[in-house]
Ligand binder design. Structure first.
Ligand SMILES: Nc1ncnc2c1ncn2[C@@H]1O[C@H](COP(=O)(O)OP(=O)(O)OP(=O)(O)O)[C@@H](O)[C@H]1O
Ligand SMILES: [Mg+2]
Length: 331
C-alpha cells in the first residue's frame, strides 16, 4: 500500500525584489527592478503513513512553514511531486480539503468578533457535517480540551491558550485524516502546552489521525514525535527516530556520584586516567558514553558505601544547537 503522504524532490523558490540601500538606491531599484531567487525548500523527499505523528524540525527560516503550505495546497511547488491522500494539493479539490486541516500558531483562523461556537457552526455547514456527527464531535472535543464555558465568548476576548484550543477544535470537527500543526503551542504556558500535547497524543491513538507538527519547543517533539524530519536552510538533514538522532549527536550521559567520605586519592587518580571527571566537595561528575556507565558505577560502588548517584542525559536543546551549528559533524 502506498503511503498517505508522498513528497518527492520538492522544491520551492521565491523571487524576491532586490532593493538597493538609501534613497538613491530606492529610486534606482524602482526604475530598474532586479530580482533574486531564494530557495526556501530544496529537494525534500519523505513518505508518511496513516496514523504517524511526524515532527518537522529546523531553525527559523529553515523552510518548515513553506513545506507545510505546499502540502496543504497554499503554495505551488517550483518543482517535484506531492501526493496527499492520493490528491495533488495544488488542485484544492473538495475531497482533498475535506481530508486535511491546518492550524497555525501564529495565525488566527477563527472569526475574531464572534464566539468560537458560531465559527464551529460555519465549519459544520462548509464541510457538510451531519447534525449527529457535529454534536458528538463538538461535545467530545470541547470536553477533552476543557473549554465548554468559553464557547460563547467572542474569540478576541479569549486567552491565547483558550483560542488555540478552539482553533484545534475547529480543525478537527470535520474529522480530517491528516492534520498539519504549525507551532500549535507557540506562546502558551507550560500547563497549556502539556494539555495540548496530551490531547494530540490521545486523539492520534484513538482516531489514527496523521499529524505533521512543527514546534520550537523540544518537549512537544520529545513527547509526540517518534520520527522527525529535520531541514536546514531548506535541505533535508535527517529523517528518522528522534531519540536516535539525539544519541548520535550526543552519545554521552552525565553521572553524578556523592561519596559519604573523602574519596581515596589513588582511586580518584586512577579514574582521572580513564575519564574526564570533576570532583567538587566529595561529589563526582563524569560525562561518559552510556555503555561505560555500568562498569564505572560498579567500580564506584565497590569503593564507597554511598548509594547516592544519578544518571542524567545531557539536555536535548544543547544537542540540537550543536547539530544545527555544524550538521556535517554528525551525519
Ligand atoms: N512568500 C514568501 N516570499 C519570499 N520569501 C519567503 C516567503 N515565504 C517564506 N519565505 C522565505 O523562505 C524561507 C523559509 O521560510 P519559512 O517560513 O518556511 O521558515 P520556517 O522554517 O517556517 O521558520 P520559522 O521557524 O521561523 O517559522 C525564509 O527565508 C523566508 O524568508
Ligand atoms: Mg514557520
Amino acid at each position: 500500500m502506498s503511503a498517505l503522504i508522498q513528497v518527492k524532490n520538492l522544491k520551492k523558490s521565491f523571487k524576491i525584489f532586490k532593493r538597493n540601500p538609501g534613497l538613491k538606491g530606492a529610486v534606482k531599484s524602482f526604475f530598474n527592478r532586479q530580482y533574486e531567487e531564494l530557495c526556501a525548500v530544496k529537494n525534500c523527499s519523505f513518505d508518511v503513513d496513516k496514523g504517524e505523528i511526524i515532527g518537522i524540525l529546523g531553525e527559523n527560516g529553515a523552510g518548515k512553514t513553506t513545506l507545510i503550505k505546499m502540502m496543504v495546497g497554499l503554495l505551488h511547488p517550483t518543482s517535484g511531486s506531492l501526493l496527499i491522500n492520493n490528491y495533488n494539493p495544488w488542485e484544492r479539490k473538495n475531497q482533498f480539503l475535506k481530508n486535511i486541516s491546518i492550524v497555525m500558531g501564529q495565525k488566527n483562523q477563527l472569526w475574531w468578533d464572534i464566539p468560537a461556537s458560531e465559527s464551529f457552526l460555519l465549519n459544520k455547514s462548509i464541510y457538510n457535517i451531519s447534525d449527529r456527527d457535529y454534536n458528538t464531535r463538538m461535545n467530545e472535543l470541547v470536553d477533552l480540551l476543557g473549554v465548554r464555558e468559553k464557547l460563547n465568548i467572542q474569540v478576541r476576548r479569549l486567552s491565547l491558550g483558550e483560542r488555540m484550543k478552539m482553533e484545534i477544535i475547529a480543525a478537527l470537527l470535520h474529522n480530517p485524516s491528516i492534520v498539519f500543526l504549525d507551532e500549535p503551542t507557540l506562546g502558551l504556558d507550560v500547563i497549556s502546552q502539556s494539555k495540548i500535547r496530551d490531547f494530540i497524543r490521545k486523539y492520534n491513538r484513538e482516531n489514527k489521525t496523521t499529524f505533521i507538527i512543527t514546534s520550537h519547543y523540544i518537549k512537544d517533539i520529545q513527547e509526540l514525535c517518534e520520527r522527525v524530519y529535520v531541514i536546514h536552510k531548506g535541505k533535508e538533514l535527517y529523517d528518522g527516530n528522534f531519540n536516535e538522532l539525539i544519541k548520535k549527536i550526543n552519545p554521552k550521559s552525565k553521572l553524578s556520584f556523592e561519596f559519604n567520605e573523602e574519596p581515596n586519592q589513588d582511586f580518584i587518580k586512577e579514574l582521572k586516567n580513564t575519564y574526564n571527571i570533576s570532583l567538587i566537595n566529595n561529589q563526582l561528575f563524569i560525562e561518559l558514553e552510556d555503555d561505560k556507565i555500568k562498569n564505572l558505577l560498579t567500580q564506584l560502588l565497590r569503593h564507597s558505601s554511598s548509594r547516592k548517584f544519578s544518571i542524567e542525559e545531557l539536555p536535548v536543546e544543547e544537542a540540537m544547537k550543536a547539530f544545527f551549528t555544524n550538521p556535517d559533524l554528525f551525519l
